[in-house]
Design a protein around this ligand. Structure first.
Ligand code: ATP
Ligand code: MG
Length: 447
């Protein structure tokens, strides 16, 4: 039955005669039900259509529904300009400069509405479009037809349009056939498309890992060769893409694929170094496995924790260097943390809101070593204790530090008052500790 339905989708007679005509795939064949689309996306398409424009659900959501996955979010494409979209919906705003789009708000759901993008012509106004000598697109606000819009998307599986009114999927580049054949295929000439936007190199690897699609041969071929193009991508775009990659639920596969294709070099300095040292590699892999497991079981995963693990072995190296130069351990750790973040920021700008939590997790680590007096009790009340403790356990598991320390904290956290008192280690360095008393006050501000 399913086979028959699929055959109907791919029946040659249904194929468009020219590339200008999309293949129109009907409800019976594509199997997408309207109730699988968010109400907000449906209302957005309806609003646009009522106002005399076109409105389609587009991109990742259509692809995910065809593949039987639940879409993360729904994007809408239209022939209305951002200003026209803005007029149709009272609760909407135009955002972006490099790529102007409209956010339409429905309760707490936001739908991104994108106007069909057209071809870049030499005579285009510099305000609307900008392309570098190497072919990279810096700004893209040239509007065009739906067919042109489809050609400007990255992969065939991402260039599908769902019309909720007719319940039809419009397919200009045989995306449905590629999905069925389990292929991720770039639209157009691969090298040109990667040069236009090198982030597509990462997207190829990420989407293939996430969706279980094989990167088609011609799409695959230039990837390693063009890896250096990623050096020019802005740190904040790289961060967004890496975050998606790490939190996709397929981080391990993605990282392994990035390495196999030589895309990791220079991307995250940490991956260069860390993946080459056995202990660091084990730590990163454990952390990624952990993240994948959490996401698989529907839990959220904190990007700060993840990035703290990815950079930890860099921090350890820098920390040792500062201690060897005669710094006291705690100030040395703070110098090390700042240095690692600064070096990293040149390549990949980790958002500030994550950086402060990462620093909290790191600066808590030496405090786990202090198991005498009142200090363990104070650490337990730290607002980020749980993250710091999970981090400690990963360090134990990776072999960096003794498992005994992790076990001690596991027991201490849940122990009775009596047992806790028994567990405390003797306070056998009174002099040193007293002298340090003034410093932790400064350190604790960060902790
Ligand atoms: P995900 O499920 O991870 O969000 P996605 O394909 O939906 O994957 P988005 O970043 O949400 O990724 O992009 C939405 C759509 O915009 C894509 O499906 C694709 O059609 C188009 N797109 C996104 N990034 C690019 C790009 N770099 N070049 C060309 N088209 C792109
Ligand atoms: Mg998406």
């Amino acid at each position: 039955m399913i086979k028959r339905l699929l055959q109907r989708v791919f029946k040659p007679s249904k194929k468009p005669a020219s590339p200008h005509q999309p293949q129109r795939i009907q409800r019976k064949s594509h199997g997408i039900r309207k109730d699988q689309i968010s109400q907000a996306a449906l209302k957005t398409c309806e609003g646009l259509q009522k106002a005399g424009y076109e409105g389609y659900v587009v991109g990742g959501a259509v692809r995910d529904l065809l593949m039987g996955f639940k879409p993360k979010d729904f994007d809408v494409a239209t022939n209305a300009t951002p200003e026209q979209v803005n007029k149709v919906f009272r609760r909407s705003r135009i955002i972006g400069r490099r790529f102007r789009i409209v956010h339409v708000l429905w309760g707490n759901e936001t739908i991104e509405v994108t106007t069909f993008r057209g071809h870049h012509q030499n005579e285009s106004s510099a305000d609307d479009a900008a392309v570098t000598d190497s072919g990279r697109i810096l700004r893209d606000n040239i509007f065009g037809s739906m067919e042109e819009d489809a050609a400007r998307r990255d992969f065939t599986a991402n260039a599908l349009y769902y019309d909720p009114a007719r319940e039809e999927v419009l397919d200009f580049h045989h995306g449905v056939a590629d999905i069925k054949a389990n292929l991720l295929r770039i639209i157009g000439e691969p090298k040109t498309r990667y040069r236009e936007d090198p982030v597509r190199l990462l997207r190829a690897v990420r989407l293939s890992a996430k969706l279980g699609l094989k990167i088609e041969a011609a799409t695959q071929k230039p990837i390693s060769e063009l890896a250096d193009l990623l050096q020019d991508v802005s740190p904040s775009r790289l961060f967004d893409e890496m975050l998606k990659l790490f939190l996709s639920g397929h981080a391990m596969e993605s990282i392994n694929a990035l390495r196999a294709q030589h895309l990791h070099h220079g991307l995250l300095p940490l991956l260069d170094v860390v993946l080459e040292q056995p202990l660091g590699e084990r730590f990163v892999m454990l952390s990624l496995e952990n993240t994948d497991r959490r996401i698989e079981s529907g839990k959220s995963s904190n990007p700060s924790f993840l990035f703290a693990t990815l950079l930890w072995h860099e921090v350890l190296v820098a920390w040792k260097k500062f201690k060897d130069q005669g710094e006291h351990p705690i100030p040395a750790l703070h110098l090390a943390m700042n240095q690692v973040i600064d070096i990293q920021a040149g390549k990949l700008a980790i958002h500030n809101r994550y950086v402060s939590t990462m620093k909290e997790i790191w600066s808590m680590q030496p405090r786990f070593e202090q198991r005498a007096g009142k200090r363990p009790y104070a650490l337990l009340t730290h607002p980020r204790y749980r993250a710091g403790y999970d981090f400690l356990l990963l360090r134990c598991e990776s072999g960096e530090i003794s498992q005994e320390l992790g076990d001690w904290w596991t027991e201490f956290a849940d122990a009775s008052t009596e047992r806790r008192t028994q567990m405390l280690l003797p306070d056998n360095a009174p002099k040193k500790r007293r002298r340090r008393k003034r410093k932790p006050a400064a350190a604790q501000q960060h902790a």
